[in-house]
Design a binder for this molecule. Structure first.
Ligand code: NAD
Length: 506
């Protein structure tokens, strides 16, 4: 039998991609697990200062040529990149499932949403167009331009190893920036596989670089003054620190954080549809989504009773298992530590006095991997930690209220404001809700209102630090600096005398 030490030696290494080359440096590393089996399958090397600096050198050196390339040539690279991802999609999807644990169909969905960001970026010539005005003064024209920032960085979370990086670099690149990606160290293989396809698509070396690593790598990206901007997606604890450090160092930063997304179930809702929607939104990807519904707010006692009964019955039919098994609807959680943390919240909910209607902890013992069955709490109160904190697991909390106003007040008082939705047949209630709720993304009979690629994604309150949302039109603004040029060519030999009044436009 091999020891843990032997295993560590033979694990294949996942390295970096710098200046068009795959680099595996000696030094610190960390095991990557298959969460469905609990086995260590690879090790990721964790970049130290010199490696991160070499990625910044490569991105800085590649910037001037890339900045001067045409938007259309950049778009063509994106077209080829999309085709290559589609060609290799099943390999990518398998890597996502193997390292994250989500079921294959869910991995396919994530990849598809990522591809849609590339499709949007293919409109580079149109997206980067400025505005032009002739004769802002006599013989004077003005126009605006969106110029690239330079070297920009992205730091991404474990729960969407393919999609979230694709929220960032296709748009950063078509805008003429060079990029350094630091993916999650827990499931980096699909991210690296996709990133390397950019070279095959024709991207010049150094324009896109990927460093694997942890806080040490992030800290260098946040402090090196050649990095102009940072996009971060992850937990709020890290997002806030990244935002503060990056901003203090003069960088443009957008940092998207944690969530607690509420679904309001009105008395007139189509309950069967609402329950189907809640099952997918609460337990899909084992609750490891920043847009997962983790709180169902039932309006009225009768609604609450029927909702809890129906949820409990249908949760009993859900199948938990290895994500590669097509009959599985829920896979494992990403790490043993995280599974134990989520289980700890279930224990805590009982101590806090909530009613545990479905107890997924019973499924723990039977599985070798990091599994936890779906859990349902009723009578959750707003003062409980299981209500206030992001659990990020298959745990749905039902809160009972008497009116839509109470539901809105509850949601508005929560620290997080990523997504929310309302289930109702009443258009007036739906409009009032979407008009007033203090949350960035709202669904009406849509449980996961993740904006499509040609809108932008972002929460409010402590779910986002920074002014601009991610991907879509706001990303074009985030990854560019606007400049207005005012130009005059004297015509007919007319020369003006010196003027000392402030220029007007007549
Ligand atoms: P995480 O915060 O642990 O890690 C995110 C990234 O930050 C990783 O690349 C990680 O290496 C890095 N990191 C971790 N600790 C750090 C530190 N101390 N200093 C600097 N960098 C550090 O998040 P996760 O567990 O990988 O992902 C899940 C979290 O991400 C959840 O909270 C979820 O809500 C959030 N998320 C938010 C969105 C959104 O759009 N708002 C999208 C996806 C995930």
């Amino acid at each position: 039998m091999s020891t843990a030490q032997d295993k560590k030696v033979i694990l294949p290494s996942v390295g970096h991609f710098i200046n068009g080359q795959r680099i595996v440096d000696a030094g610190r590393s960390q095991a990557i697990f298959n969460p469905a089996t609990g086995e260590a399958i690879r090790q990721v090397v964790l970049a130290e200062t010199d490696t991160v600096k070499s990625a910044i050198d490569a991105a800085q050196n590649a910037f001037v040529d890339w900045r001067n390339s045409t938007p259309l040539s950049r778009a063509r690279i994106m077209f080829r990149f999309k085709e290559l991802i589609e060609k290799h999609s099943e390999t990518i999807v398998s890597l996502i499932t193997e390292e994250h644990g989500k079921v294959l169909d869910d991995a396919r969905g994530e990849l598809q949403r990522g591809i849609e960001n590339i499709e949007y970026a293919c409109g580079a010539p149109e997206l980067l167009k400025g505005e032009h005005s002739r004769n802002v003064g006599r013989g004077i024209d003005s126009w605006s331009e969106h110029q690239p920032l330079g070297v920009v960085a992205g730091i991404t979370p474990s729960n969407f190893p393919a999609m979230v990086p694709l929220w960032m670099y296709p748009l950063a690149l078509i805008a003429g920036n060079t990029f350094i990606l630091k993916p999650s160290e827990r499931d980096p293989s699909s991210t690296l596989f996709i990133g390397e396809l950019l070279k095959e698509a024709g991207l010049p070396d150094g324009v896109f670089n990927l460093v694997n690593g942890d806080k040490e790598a992030v800290d260098i990206l946040l402090s090196d003054n050649r990095v102009q901007a940072v996009s971060f997606v992850g937990s709020t604890a890290v997002a806030e620190a990244v935002y503060q450090k990056g901003s203090a160092n003069g960088k443009r930063v957008q940092a998207l954080g944690s969530a607690k997304n509420h679904a309001v179930i009105m008395p007139d809702a189509d309950l069967d549809n609402a329950v189907s929607a809640l099952l997918g939104a609460a337990y899909g990807s084992c609750g490891e989504r920043c847009m997962a519904i983790s709180v169902a707010v039932a309006v009225g006692t009768e609604t609450a009773t029927k909702l809890v009964e129906s949820l409990a019955e249908r949760i009993g039919t859900l199948t938990l298992g290895n994500g590669t098994d097509t009959s599985s609807q829920l896979g494992p959680l990403i790490t043993e530590e995280h599974r134990d943390r989520v289980k700890g919240y279930v224990d805590l909910g009982l101590e806090e006095g909530a009613n545990l209607i479905v107890d997924g902890r019973s499924q723990l013992a039977e599985e070798p991997g990091f599994f936890l069955g779906p859990c349902l709490f009723d009578n959750v109160a707003s003062g409980m930690r299981i209500y206030q904190e992001e659990i990020f697991g298959p745990v749905l909390c039902v809160v009972r209220v008497e009116s839509l106003e109470q539901a809105i007040k509850l949601i508005d008082e929560h620290d997080y404001g990523n997504g929310t939705c309302i289930f109702t047949r009443d258009g007036e209630a739906a409009r009032y809700f979407s008009d007033h709720i203090q949350v960035g993304m709202v669904g009406v009979n849509v449980p996961l209102p993740v904006p499509v690629a040609y809108f932008s994604f972002g929460g409010w309150k402590r779910s986002l630090f920074g002014d601009q949302h991610i991907y879509g039109p706001e990303a074009v603004r985030f990854y560019t600096r606007s400049k207005v040029i005012t130009q005059r060519w004297p015509t007919g030999g007319v020369r003006e005398q010196a003027k000392f009044s402030f220029p007007g436009s007549d």
